[in-house]
Design a protein around this ligand. Structure first.
Ligand code: FO1
Length: 313
């Protein structure tokens, strides 16, 4: 059994590679739900859906989120009604079906774990997908908006509303103090042969998972069997604001900065060939470095990286 701690696009591509190497049923993905939001009364779980749609081969290849071959009629209506005010977060017509289903089932009393399982089954996803918690944990971001103490906003308002184009002063995970890990998560971590920290944003994608319940402690206890993949290549994130966010929050935006963050949790860090020259510094930060191509441009590259990650440690 393998456990993968997963955020959105980078994790989804990593998982696509892992299922090419081992049977999907042997993988449990523990997925970040700090990005979850309620929009127009609908419960949206972006990272769970990105992983589900990618593994189903249905992800929109242009955006990396949402469904391929999508139509946008509902959004066009919403835009017309509200003069754009309510249409900043794009929900495709088919994607809306997922959010309607999730919201209906939650209002019937189903847990997020149960609904996640049902959605994965509908898309024939063999990987066991688990939210990090069934309880609400909300990633909140303090942005620099000129006010002396900054302004706190929800993650999607920062990421989509502000195109993650504003400086971040602080991040917190509201509700995490009382949120237990979802059923099955701690047991899976305790008994896994290998735990993988996917190449997702360390602060806002993996950070909330490790901060939830006893998940961080459970991973630390399995440090020798845990392999992390750096989301930072040559000082940059391939997608999203991870590089800027690391710098803004006092970390180094490099594989060495990532190694300093993950050393307590994982014994091995997989880094890109572009960072081969920093392998020694990674080792000085307390992690064994494995150098390999890590850019997952297609299924073949994902599978090659999956093989390396499973062989590492
Ligand atoms: N990301 C965007 O940049 N713009 C959007 O309008 C947008 C809509 C959206 C709808 C559903 C969904 O599941 C994801 C969506 N995302 C969108 C992506 C998502 O908000 C972020 O990529 C993640 O939260 C970061 O991992």
């Amino acid at each position: 059994m393998i456990v993968a701690l997963a955020g959105g696009v980078g994790a989804a591509r990593m998982l696509r590679g892992l299922v090419a190497v081992v049977p999907p049923e042997t993988i449990t993905a523990v997925v970040n739900t700090g990005d979850d939001t309620v929009m127009h009364g609908l419960h949206i779980s972006p990272d769970l859906d990105t992983v589900t749609y990618t593994l189903a081969g249905m992800i929109n290849p242009e955006t990396g989120w949402g469904l391929r071959d999508e139509t946008w009629s509902a959004m066009a209506e919403l835009r017309a009604y509200s003069e754009g005010r309510l249409a900043w977060f794009n929900l495709g017509d088919r994607d809306l079906g997922t959010h309607l289903y999730r919201t209906s089932r939650l209002s019937e009393g189903a847990s997020l774990s149960e609904v996640t399982h049902e959605i994965a089954r509908r898309w024939s996803v063999g990987v066991r997908l688990r939210p990090m918690s069934d309880q609400r944990v909300e990633t909140r971001v303090v942005i620099d908006d000129g006010a002396p103490e900054g302004r706190e906003i929800g993650f999607q308002e920062y990421f989509v509303g502000h195109h993650h184009d504003v400086a971040v002063r602080a991040v917190r995970f509201a509700g995490v103090e009382s949120a237990p890990a979802a059923p099955g998560v701690l047991g899976a971590i305790a008994s896994a042969e290998r735990i993988i920290i996917c190449p997702s944003n360390p602060i806002v994608s993996i950070g909330p998972i490790l901060a939830t319940g006893a998940i961080g402690d459970a991973v630390r206890a399995r440090r020798l069997d845990t392999v992390a993949v750096s989301p930072i290549i040559a000082g940059q994130a391939l997608k999203g604001p991870a590089d800027r966010m690391l710098t803004e929050l006092g970390h180094e935006a490099s594989v060495v900065g990532v190694a300093r963050m993950w050393a307590p949790y994982a014994a091995t860090l997989v880094i890109d060939e572009a960072d081969a020259g920093r392998a020694r510094e990674v080792e000085e930060a307390g992690m064994a470095a494995v150098v390999t191509p890590t850019v997952m441009t297609g299924p073949r590259e994902s599978a090659a990286l999956g093989g390396v990650v499973l062989g590492a440690a």
